[in-house]
Design a protein around this ligand. Structure first.
Ligand SMILES: [Zn+2]
Length: 447
């Protein structure tokens, strides 16, 4: 979900776990979709066709390929553009001016953050807006987004409000910690933000997600599907009560298909988009839900949080090691007095965004690994539950690919850098060839 890439990096380091990374597409990389045929009531494109590999008709092939190339370019341009925006904010001494206003407003650090943080975050957001608008325009052009501009603008505004509220808190904490401990701030800030980040992730499904989409208990929306899902849950010997399965109304904003697992502890849940339910038959949805259950059972959410926290600690440490040099070199030009001056924030964000870009192959590989495991889990848990379960899985991927315009022939560099899921051709191949039962063995995860 790229909707929130307007939110600056500091918040990006916490927010993805609330919003973006939890949005687990069972499909290929970014949420994608198709232009024509609105959801047929029962079954979509290739529901019943036998799938032997991922194939698209020529027109869709060209479209999927174009879109994928645009996405790749946008991701690279977005990174450079983001750096330029931060550099611009420093170079024009805008950050230093906001600091002056904040310091003139109050001597209290928290109140200074109340002035400084919204100004800086909104400036960055507005400067990044052209790119956000272009991305959304592309989504509309390919028929993936069906959201009106009014609704999109309202979502953008809500995103900014969340970003500002969290920004005031996190930026205040950061500068309190830097002020108190100039040598260890990177560690203490990490330590302080960790429980807050986890707490935000915990309340996300209750507080943040409903600000953008409608959620209803799956059982009420689709009792037949819920019954089939419960059968699968039983087969897995797991305990996921129906109260933890949710229907999400995505269709008013996108034609894309998705399902995901999010939350921790009491907020842990499986969410299936209405668009997925509309375009797949029950066995196919059960496979998709099986994949999601894999994430749930294999504890991918807490593992992902731990991995991300470790990476964050490394980023903060590297930021600490490098920021002195950066400010020594350009601080005077930017009007930044020293590190514990609010105006140094864009420089820190600049370093963090370079680190996270450099680390994107690692993050993507980590995610692809989990997604592959979840595919395997989905195949194991549906084995024997539906006849020809491997074919059902392959069909589900084929539909996903067609509707989301998954690239049949993705650029390997793009996969390496940004694909958080294995490509659709690979996933179909795996679904059709994974067969431990033929050798008299059991599944690895579901016995
Ligand atoms: Zn997944």
């Amino acid at each position: 979900m790229k909707r929130f890439h307007c939110i600056p990096i500091l918040l990006l380091v916490v927010l993805p776990w609330i919003i973006a990374s939890a949005q687990d597409q069972p499909a290929a990389a970014p949420a994608q979709v198709q232009t024509s045929s609105p959801a047929a009531p029962t079954a979509a494109p290739s529901t019943q066709k036998r799938v032997t590999a991922y194939t698209l008709p020529p027109d869709l092939y060209a479209k999927a390929h174009d879109r994928s190339r645009i996405h790749f370019r946008l991701a690279l341009i977005g990174f450079v553009y983001g750096l330029l925006v931060l550099w611009f904010v420093l170079r024009t001494k805008l950050a230093a001016r906001y600091r002056d206003w904040a310091e003139a407003f109050s001597a209290k650090r928290f109140l200074q953050s109340v002035v400084f943080s919204p100004l800086l975050l909104l400036t960055i957001a507005v400067l990044t807006l052209p790119l956000d608008l272009y991305s959304e325009w592309i989504e509309k052009r390919f028929g993936i987004s069906v959201q009106g501009w009014g609704s999109w603008t309202w979502d953008w505004t809500k995103g900014q409000l969340i970003s500002i509220v969290l920004g005031i808190l996190f930026i205040w904490l950061l500068y309190v910690v830097i002020h108190r401990s100039p040598r260890r701030w990177w560690f203490y800030f990490w330590l302080v933000t960790l429980p807050i980040g986890v707490f935000l992730f915990f309340i996300g499904p209750w507080v943040i997600d409903p600000m953008f989409h409608k959620f209803e208990p799956l059982q009420q929306k689709d009792p037949a599907l819920t019954a089939s899902l419960e059968q699968m849950v039983q087969r897995a010997g797991e305990n996921i009560p129906p109260e933890r399965m949710f229907w999400m109304g995505a269709g008013e904003k996108t034609t894309g298909l998705n399902a995901y697992v999010t939350g921790i502890g009491a907020s842990k849940r499986i969410v299936v988009w209405d668009t997925t339910i509309a375009k797949m038959n029950i066995p196919q949805i059960v496979f998709v839900a099986g994949h999601e259950m894999g994430h749930y059972v294999l504890l991918h959410v807490p593992k992902g949080l731990a991995f991300f926290a470790a990476l964050l600690l490394l980023f903060f440490y590297l930021g600490y090691r490098m920021i002195g040099w950066v400010l020594g070199r350009w601080g005077v030009d930017w009007g930044v007095r020293k590190l514990d001056d609010w105006a140094s924030l864009p420089a820190l964000l600049l370093l963090l965004s370079v680190f996270s870009f450099v680390a994107s192959p690692i993050m993507s590989a980590f995610s692809r690994h989990d997604e592959h495991q979840a595919d395997q889990y989905g195949l194991e848990v549906t084995h024997g539950l539906t006849s020809d379960s491997a074919q059902v899985a392959a069909q589900a991927f084929q539909i996903l690919g067609e509707v989301d315009l998954a690239d049949p022939d993705p650029n390997p560099v793009q996969v390496f850098l940004f694909y958080d899921h294995p490509s659709i051709p690979e996933r179909i191949q795996f679904a059709l060839t994974y067969d431990p039962w033929a050798k008299g063995q059991q599944g690895e995860f579901v016995k």
